[in-house]
Design a protein around this ligand. Structure first.
Ligand SMILES: O=c1ccn([C@H]2C[C@H](O)[C@@H](COP(=O)(O)OP(=O)(O)OP(=O)(O)O)O2)c(=O)[nH]1
Ligand SMILES: [Mg+2]
Length: 148
């Protein structure tokens, strides 16, 4: 699919999001910073990416997810756990970075801090009913199928 993208900071021009391999699902997003930013343990900072996208089609959304290496090795994940980008959002993509680790982490300018996945979305219209047709699961949840 084609998505309109605005470069809000010219320094991003050479480093636009791209799929690193033919099979990649995620596009890495970079920290559009003027100087290194120290993220202390427990701290959350909203970091601009220097770009905006307009998906335009309500049948799609973008998810911002942590990068596995940063999250697992350094405890740098997202303050909102997952970022949801609406198809009609036209503002700068922002990444809430949260250092849930025990050590300070320095984010370098233009470092790849998160990844974005574009996903199909269904918008529901709700049909209010008194009863649902019976299903195998019924109302069982939260471990109702057992542990193993
Ligand atoms: O990690 C994120 C999450 C959201 N957004 C932008 C795109 C999204 O479309 C908009 C609103 O996000 P959301 O609906 O999750 O936040 P909200 O707190 O409900 O704000 P709003 O009242 O603007 O919907 O903020 C980002 O740039 N980064
Ligand atoms: Mg909202």
């Amino acid at each position: 699919m084609h998505v309109d993208l605005k470069i809000l900071d010219p320094r991003l021009r050479e480093q636009l999001p791209h799929y690193a391999t033919p099979g990649s699902a995620g596009l890495d997003l970079r920290a559009c910073l003027d100087a290194p930013l120290v993220l202390n343990p427990g701290e959350t900072q909203l970091i601009p990416t220097g770009i905006a996208i307009h998906l335009a089609d309500p049948g799609f959304a973008a998810l911002i997810l942590p990068r596995s290496g940063l999250g697992h090795k350094h405890g740098v994940v997202l303050g909102n756990l997952v970022g949801l980008i609406d198809s009609d959002y036209q503002g700068q993509l922002m990444v809430s970075t949260w250092n849930r680790g025990q050590e300070a982490f320095t984010i370098q300018p233009f470092e790849r801090i998160a990844q974005m996945v574009i996903v199909p979305v269904a918008q529901a219209s709700f049909n209010v009913v008194e009863e649902f047709p019976e299903s195998d699961r019924g109302t069982g949840g939260f471990g109702s199928t057992g542990k193993h």
